[in-house]
Write a protein that binds this ligand. Structure first.
Ligand code: FES
Length: 234
């Protein structure tokens, strides 16, 4: 068992209970706990699932200040994907979406191929609802080298050079308040490779080590169109 996985198991009753409630994973490699972080809008108001537009790209930073994730409300329920496999052979079972109809999912927006990710200037990776000449639609498509992931199946790789699924973000949905929290990740975290590859850029953008700071108790959800000036289509 990896150290972080061990820590996840030992991280505390309340968090473990929350992960169980969220149905994070039912077998294989355990989720990795990070901060329990509320998803909020730019004014600090908790994001309600009812306010999310289906088929729209939303982004938020988690678990670190510089690591972007996609939040998606799909048009159809996302059920368990069955066994998913990391590049290192670890197997895990993504349990599906949360919220009404289990349509809400979240994944790291750092491509599992060569770590393309949404910046303020440009994004080569995004959810693509409509079909295009290069994919069938309802997929997360990285136009850098055409890795295609299925967000309704744990972001498993549909086609392209990516060696493993996008890391899933474990979500907890409070049905009474209709609020969302991020709890941790499931699958292969890209963060160490990401920080190593973009060290200079992130240090310039965030200043020093702040890129690696935990997002803490709340993280802002924005539409990708508001976050990024130029989203590449393919
Ligand atoms: S970086 Fe995304 S497909 Fe290559």
């Amino acid at each position: 068992m990896e150290r972080r996985d061990f820590l996840a198991v030992c991280a505390g009753v309340s968090s473990a209970a929350a992960l169980a409630a969220a149905g994070a994973a039912r077998a294989g490699v355990a989720p990795r706990l990070h901060a329990r972080t509320r998803l909020v809008d730019a004014r600090g108001t908790p994001v309600r699932v009812a306010s999310l537009k289906a088929g729209t790209n939303y982004v938020f930073q988690y678990p670190y200040a510089a690591t972007p994730c996609f939040l998606l409300r799909l048009v159809a329920p996302a059920a368990s994907a069955g066994a998913l496999r990391r590049e290192d052979g670890g197997v895990y079972d993504w349990a599906g979406g949360v919220g009404p109809g289990r349509t809400v999912v979240a994944f790291s927006a750092i491509c599992a191929h060569k770590l393309a990710y949404p910046t303020r200037e440009v994004s080569f990776i995004r959810y693509q609802h409509e079909a295009s000449s290069t994919s069938a639609g309802r997929v997360i498509h990285c136009c850098a080298d055409h890795s295609v992931y299925d967000p309704a199946a744990g972001a498993r790789v549909v086609s392209g050079p990516a060696p493993q699924p996008l890391a899933a973000i474990v979500l907890e949905w409070d049905a009474k308040r209709d609020e969302l929290h991020a709890l941790g990740t499931l699958g292969a975290e890209p963060f160490e490779a990401f920080f190593a590859k973009y060290e200079f850029r992130l240090a310039t953008e965030y200043g020093g080590a702040k890129a690696r700071a935990s997002v803490g108790p709340a993280t802002v959800v924005r539409e990708l169109a508001d976050y990024c000036r130029n989203t590449i289509q393919c």
